[in-house]
Write a protein that binds this ligand. Sequence first.
Ligand SMILES: Cc1cc2nc3c(=O)[nH]c(=O)nc-3n(C[C@H](O)[C@H](O)[C@H](O)COP(=O)(O)OP(=O)(O)OC[C@H]3O[C@@H](n4cnc5c(N)ncnc54)[C@H](O)[C@@H]3O)c2cc1C
Ligand SMILES: *[C@@H]1O[C@H](CO)[C@@H](O)[C@H](O)[C@H]1NC(C)=O
Ligand SMILES: *[C@@H]1O[C@H](CO)[C@@H](O)[C@H](O)[C@H]1NC(C)=O
Ligand SMILES: *[C@@H]1O[C@H](CO)[C@@H](O)[C@H](O)[C@H]1NC(C)=O
Ligand SMILES: *[C@@H]1O[C@H](CO)[C@@H](O)[C@H](O)[C@H]1NC(C)=O
Ligand SMILES: *[C@@H]1O[C@H](CO)[C@@H](O)[C@H](O)[C@H]1NC(C)=O
Ligand SMILES: *[C@@H]1O[C@H](CO)[C@@H](O)[C@H](O)[C@H]1NC(C)=O
Ligand SMILES: *[C@@H]1O[C@H](CO)[C@@H](O)[C@H](O)[C@H]1NC(C)=O
Ligand SMILES: *[C@@H]1O[C@H](CO)[C@@H](O)[C@H](O)[C@H]1NC(C)=O
Length: 566
Amino acid sequence: MNSLAVSLILLLFGVSPSSCTPPEGCRNVPGSAGYPSPASWTAFNATIFGRLIEAVPTPKYCADLPGGPCTDAQWSSALFRSQNPGSMVSDNVEQGYDLTPPSLCLKNATTCGQGDVPLYSVEAEMVEDVQAAVKFASAHNLRVAIKASGHDVPGRSTAPHSLLIRTRNFRNLSFTDNLVVGSQDLGPAVTVGTGVFNRDLFQAAKANGRFVLATGVATICAGAGYVQGAGHSPLSPQFGLAADNALEFKIVVASGELLTVNSVSHPDLFYALRGGGAGSWGVIVSTTFKTFPALNGTSVSIVLATSNTTATSALASLHAQHVFDLDPVRGGHYLIVTQNADGGSTVILSGKLPNASAARSKALLAPFVNASTALPGVTLLSQGYTYGDINDALFVADDTAGGNVVAGSRFITPDAYRQSPEAFGSVYQELLDAGSPLILEIVVGGGAVADNTNISSAVHPGWRTAKSLFFIANQWEASASLDEIDAVRKQFQTQQLPILERISGPNAGSYSNEGDISEPNFMTTYYGPNYATLSATKAQYDPNDLFIVAMGVGSERWDRLGLCRA
Ligand SMILES: Cc1cc2nc3c(=O)[nH]c(=O)nc-3n(C[C@H](O)[C@H](O)[C@H](O)COP(=O)(O)OP(=O)(O)OC[C@H]3O[C@@H](n4cnc5c(N)ncnc54)[C@H](O)[C@@H]3O)c2cc1C
Ligand SMILES: *[C@@H]1O[C@H](CO)[C@@H](O)[C@H](O)[C@H]1NC(C)=O
Ligand SMILES: *[C@@H]1O[C@H](CO)[C@@H](O)[C@H](O)[C@H]1NC(C)=O
Ligand SMILES: *[C@@H]1O[C@H](CO)[C@@H](O)[C@H](O)[C@H]1NC(C)=O
Ligand SMILES: *[C@@H]1O[C@H](CO)[C@@H](O)[C@H](O)[C@H]1NC(C)=O
Ligand SMILES: *[C@@H]1O[C@H](CO)[C@@H](O)[C@H](O)[C@H]1NC(C)=O
Ligand SMILES: *[C@@H]1O[C@H](CO)[C@@H](O)[C@H](O)[C@H]1NC(C)=O
Ligand SMILES: *[C@@H]1O[C@H](CO)[C@@H](O)[C@H](O)[C@H]1NC(C)=O
Ligand SMILES: *[C@@H]1O[C@H](CO)[C@@H](O)[C@H](O)[C@H]1NC(C)=O
């Protein structure tokens, strides 16, 4: 190659021969010349006190369980699955559909491939374990995966042929009245390890008379992927997003260094960790959140049944007309529409109304409830209003695991609701007629989420102007063929998004934590105008792309599996 060609390549790719770049091309996988030898793995294992475990898919873990195969109850329990480093909450994210040939391990299968499940897991118990793992992975050019709960819908907490760094054992929780950052006292806060499940966070907060903004899902880890995506909750209209309440992080970055990150120490990384996307920055050990005095409120659950999609459509339009009814108390709610086999749906309005009494909550919802029962084909099955500590209201003991789920989402503005509530009905009608099994309107925008607009963070600005996140989930049965699965995985982009865009508009953003990994314009869809800043921060802290996840910052340089440079 002549020198002109070399300088052209340097210019185009920014590769400097003197800098420490990784080998061009691919990660080392078993069989590659640079893959660690068995002796090298053994030596590494010794440095982390034997905390290196061979990761196995859930079906294999279940089959090999001492005392017989696991029960169906265990299979469907997220808490049970959290005992196995290789288990994810959804079955489909363990499967290697995109490997050639596909590598699967299905429930009760007699043969079992490793699929997208990591090969080894570092069951980190100390910061030093994480540091050793990061340095080992970096030295051997390995694909790294990071996992706290395995709850991630897009499946970013696992990767084929990878070394997993699992932070489930970081379960310290400590409350303080005075978090000092720089010379400033930021007041009451809690530091949560990245293995702390929300169920345990709410219990600890209650015991301390405090509230921490998080969501009512038992096994999500607030300090890990949740906060890095943004972190919404039915309490968000009152207290903002999780990212808005994050005051400090302790994180092991690609160099192996442990950094304390806050508004004065590494402020660029602080910006990125608050909304800039999960899994792209390093391994977080703990996150410190602002706390609030414990408060009471009312949990609302209204269950309705519809006879067909016309009735569901009318109910969705009515809901759109009433979507602002909880604003006076900064209440957040979900509208959950599950289509039944007969074309009718079960429609649940589930909400949390901070400070409001049960009577006040019932009065706020009465106009919607009354009008809904007047619609043809709509039946009110039940309504409940329970007043008590919000920590109890958000506490859930366990989550259901073991399905096959993919999803996509878009932000919806208040103007969309105001201008044409009927458009919501027609969007539901079309989505349901096209066979969509599960639609959620996550109405958690406005209030404090909008008030926090001027916080400097990577939270997608679409959150600040949204009334809701419209979320569509698609599913398949364990018996589905690979062709059927492929079609369901494409359903959001090919079929549902064009319908949804009638209310979201064509360029609406979306929430990466509840997004579709096939999003073609992932940089703008998930990061909006923040991508360039995030890219620069990535180059600063992870110059060799050790931490790559699907649709994460820097992933445009890699193939879909993060195994080879694109
Ligand atoms: C049933 C269900 C309900 C949900 N409800 C909500 C909700 O109400 N509000 C909301 O905002 N989201 C919700 N989500 C989405 C949720 O935010 C994501 O699943 C999120 O990724 C969970 O974070 P996690 O760390 O627990 O999951 P994991 O799957 O363990 O990790 C998710 C991502 O974070 C990265 N990560 C994990 N641990 C670390 C670490 N220690 N350091 C750095 N990166 C790490 C992973 O690499 C991955 O990219 C829901 C999801 C499900 C399945
Ligand atoms: C790591 O060492 C521990 C303790 O000796 C052992 O139980 C474990 O199997 C080892 N891991 C691997 C992958 O060999
Ligand atoms: C798997 O095997 C267990 C135990 O034999 C059984 O209870 C369960 O129903 C089986 N599940 C499926 C999906 O076949
Ligand atoms: C957890 O807390 C204990 C006791 O304060 C401390 O020794 C340990 O280092 C902490 N672990 C982490 C990962 O911060
Ligand atoms: C919450 O309600 C309980 C029981 O009604 C009451 O004892 C407590 O003082 C209330 N707490 C707050 C913060 O209002
Ligand atoms: C609810 O109570 C909390 C705690 O007392 C208070 O900070 C908040 O302003 C109240 N919110 C509303 C909407 O009344
Ligand atoms: C709703 O209906 C109930 C029972 O018929 C009635 O008491 C109440 O006044 C109605 N509320 C509104 C807001 O229409
Ligand atoms: C839907 O249900 C309503 C109420 O039961 C009924 O009047 C209507 O004819 C049905 N529409 C269709 C298309 O079946
Ligand atoms: C954000 O800052 C701008 C410019 O200073 C200001 O006009 C706007 O009112 C602020 N918004 C909020 C919600 O505080």
